[in-house]
Every structure is written in C-alpha cells, then in structure tokens.
Design a protein around this ligand. Structure first.
Ligand code: ZN
Length: 498
C-alpha cells in the first residue's frame, strides 16, 4: 500500500469512528434530557453494544499498523500528522488492556455509580467505600499495563491535561494556598454583602423568557445550538454545527440558571468555533479538560459576572422581574452575584473559594495513589481538610465526600483541571483586555467581539496544538499562575473593601 492508499483507508476509518461517536453522543444527550426512564434497560444494552463496536473499530489492528506507519511518514501534511499521532496514542492506551477486563471494569463502574448514588441518598459513606477501593485497584492495574515508568498518578493527570504532573500541580496549588487562604479568611471577617434579593421567588416561566434574551446576547445561535434542561447542566455535541447545552432552573435563585447557561455556552462556542477543516476528526475536540474549562469559566466568571455585562442585561432582567428587582441597582446586583462565602459544596462555590475545593480533592487523590491515604475513614480525612482550608464543618457525607460523581467511575486526575482552567482564563482575559475594549463590547451588546477574539486565538485550533503552545500563541508567554491570583486578589479586595 502506498501513502495515498493508506491515507484513504485512514480517512474512511475516521469517518466510521465519527458516525459511531455521533450516534453515541445523541443517545447520551437523549438519555440525560428527555428519554422516558421505562426504556432505559432496552437502550442501555444497545448502547453498550455500540460502545463495544466502537472499541473494536478504534483498536482495529490493521488500522493501528497504518497509523503507526503514517505518523512517521514525512510526506503527509502537519494536520494529518498531528491527528494520526493523537489517534495512535489513544489507541495504545486502550489496546494494552485485555478486552474482557475492559468490559468487566465498565460493569464495575456501573455498579460503583449505583452504590455511590445509594450512599449519597442514604448519607452513608460505608456503602460506597468498598466500590471506591475496587475502582482504585482497577485503575492501578490498568495504568500498570501501559508499562510507563512515570508514577501512576502522574499518568492520570497527563491523560486529562497533557504535560501536567504532580510536580507542576504541587507548585500551582502551593501558590494558591499561600495567597488565597489568608484572603478567604479576610473576606469571612469583612462586612458581608446583602445578596438576599437573589433568593426571592422568581417564577421559572419568566426566567425562561429572560433566558431567550441572554442566549441571543451570547450569540448562541439556533442554527448550531440547542438548549435543554437537566438536573446537572452539561454540554455535548456531534459536530461543530450541532452543539447542545442544558441548564437547570431554580425558583428561589435567579442567578443560578443564568450563570450555568453562560458557562455551558462557553463550552459549546469553543466546539462550534474550531476550524471547519477539522470537523469529524480528533483535531476538532478541545485540547484538554483544563483548556475546555478555561473557555466556559472565562465566559461565566470573567465576562458574565462583570459590571459591564450587566450594564446591558440588568435592565432587561428588571423588566422580567420588576417586583423583585426594581429597587436593586446594577451595582448591588453585580456585588450580590460575586459574593464569596466558604461552603460545603463545590458546584455551588464562588470564584474565590472554588480552587480550595479542588485543592482538597487533589491532595486526597495524590494520597490515594501514593499510598499515604486509604479509602477507609476517608470521609473523616475529607472533613478535616474542609475545616483546615475552608473553615467549614461538614455535617453529612452527602454534602461531604459523596457530593461528586467523579470517583465512582475512576476519573482520577480530572478534578485538578477545573482549577487549572480557571487560572488559564485569567491569563487569556488579561491578554484579551489588552487587545479589545471588553467592557465597551459587553455594554453595547457585542459579546460576539469577545467570542471572535477567543476564536482567533484559541478556539479555531481545536487540539492542533498542546495547551502550552496555545497559551504561548494567545498570550505570548508561558502559563503563569500569578495572573489568576492577582485577578482574585484585586477583585475581592475591591469587593470587600479590604
Ligand atoms: Zn464546565
């Protein structure tokens, strides 16, 4: 077979992969949004079958051989070379695991999820503990198959954020600890901001009408995007012109659905804006979990929580809720949606305390894989860390160690990317503000100008380059945690008059 023929076979294979991925994505979105529960057993069996077919396709030995040859073929173009290398690396990670063990592990993860849910409902960590232990053992075994000489936890961190390891994360979190823990304590002691008006009764039907206006402001266009409702908001997509987001409305909290919508639209816009040449192939995905999260958080926090954003949007919100908001000024509203208050639940945390929730999970994961922390009594370890870093007492396991789903399916190494993503956003934002009058754009219904900047400097590349390279391309320097820390210090010192 000559290079031309190999490339053709590779492209056919990519197309078939994209067809399976599209089907599985739609089934997944459907399951989490509108599918009737009665059909779940029927659907789940067929979904598992399709996932198995995809596994077989992804690990097809004939294709793997072609990938292996093509990735070192000097005659192919750089885009193809990058894509082929990524496909090959992914296949190597999956292929080293015996298929029967892989399937067995998937079943264990399903049972582990059920145990987690039961434990959370009954507020009893001991129900989940044996499963957590097994999931950790399986992960240790699977990562062991890779025969890589890096520490296991480093390999996990690298899977979610290529290039990251414990040494780099330690330095990152140490810097956050040193500067943010004292700031959090100062904010706790400062005069508190009244945000009670956010928690009046806000009829959901009216919230939805306002949401249509916000979606238009965000340029979340019906030609390529669609918003639904779920218990836990998420974003999923089949291709760049079919991106789905979800939100969750709370009657007694007017800001929750709006901010979560801005967040998810940030994810969706990233996918929509990738260079169309990459559609349907691996290069169309965001580079890493941290980079994806940086785009959603940039929209939610660095744009969506600013005064300029609400200079335009608050009068509209007031029109929908005159009774609740007519006596509130834009300044008061913006202060209220930026209140910082140490709390138990990560997903409800404010920008300042959020990274501490992540730090706690990082330290626990590190301990679990380095053998210094055990799953037995882990709830107590958790509670002690919440006291140490956030000064809060965990009253029950449901709002403590059992709050997140991530560990039930073995996603270790994922959490740290949430904090890293927030820090990436700060550096991107710093650069965007140098090149664009962001406040002027937000005040005049030109959110699209911010999106255009993100597209030009970040989104269009998809995963053509690593996160380090994108940071360099977009900001002209390597990642620097100080932008994040200085942003938080500046913002909260002003907000609380410290
Ligand atoms: Zn997100």
């Amino acid at each position: 077979m000559n290079t031309e023929q190999k490339l053709q076979q590779y492209k056919d294979w990519v197309f078939r992969l994209s067809a399976y991925n599209m089907a599985l994505a739609i089934i997944g979105i459907d399951k989490l949004t509108v599918a009737p529960a009665g059909g779940s057993e029927y659907r789940d069996k067929r979904t598992a079958f399709l996932a198995g077919e995809l596994f077989t396709l992804e690990t097809d030995p004939e294709i793997i051989e072609i990938l292996k040859e093509l990735k070192d073929d000097k005659s192919i173009d750089e885009d193809d070379k990058r894509a082929i290398t990524l496909y090959y690396q992914n296949a190597m990670k999956t292929m080293c695991i015996p298929k029967d063990e892989f399937v067995e592990a998937r079943e264990l993860m399903n049972r582990s999820y059920d145990a987690w849910l039961e434990a959370k409902t009954k507020n009893d960590y001991t129900i989940f503990e044996p499963y957590l232990k097994k999931v950790i053992e399986i992960q240790k075994k699977f990562y062991g198959y890779r025969n890589c000489d890096k520490p296991l936890y480093d390999q996990m961190l690298d899977d979610f954020e290529p290039g990251m390891n414990q040494e780099k994360y330690d330095a990152f979190f140490d810097a956050l600890k040193e500067r943010l823990v004292p700031l959090i304590q100062k904010v706790v002691q400062a005069k508190q901001i009244d945000d009670s008006f956010l928690y009046q009764s806000y009829p959901v039907e009216e919230q939805k009408k306002f949401m249509d206006e916000i979606l238009a402001y965000l340029h979340f266009d019906k030609d390529w995007g669609y918003q639904n409702e779920t218990e836990h908001p998420f974003t999923s997509w089949t291709c760049e012109n079919d991106c789905r987001t979800t939100t969750k409305y709370l009657k007694n909290n007017v800001a929750s659905a709006i901010l979560s919508t801005i967040h998810e639209v940030g994810h969706a816009t990233y996918e929509h804006d990738v260079d169309e040449r990459y559609d349907g192939m691996i290069l169309s995905e965001g580079i890493s979990s941290g980079m994806h999260e940086s785009q959603s958080r940039l929209c939610e926090n660095y744009l969506g929580r600013t005064k300029a954003f609400w200079d335009y949007n608050f009068p509209i919100l007031q029109k929908h809720f005159p009774e609740q908001l007519n006596d509130v000024s834009t300044e008061q509203f913006v202060e209220a949606i930026n209140v910082s208050r140490p709390s138990l639940v990560r997903t409800e945390a404010d920008e300042l305390t959020y990274p501490m929730h992540i730090l706690i999970r990082y330290e626990i994961e590190k301990g679990l894989f380095n053998g210094t922390i055990s799953t037995e009594g882990l709830d107590q370890t958790w509670n002690a860390m919440y006291k140490k870093y956030l000064g809060v007492d965990v009253t029950d396991a449901s709002n403590g160690i059992l709050q997140d789903v991530h560990w039930s399916d073995g996603s270790f190494g994922y959490f740290p990317t949430y904090a890293l993503g927030s820090a990436f956003s700060a550096q991107f934002m710093h650069q965007m503000r140098k090149e664009l009058d962001v406040d002027e754009a937000l005040q005049h219904n030109r959110f699209d100008l911010c999106v255009a900047w993100l597209k030009e400097h970040i989104h269009k590349y998809g995963c053509r380059y690593d996160a380090d390279d994108i940071m360099q391309i977009a900001t002209g320097e390597p990642f620097n945690v100080n932008y994040y820390i200085e942003y938080l210090e500046d913002k909260y010192n002003k907000l609380y008059h410290l």
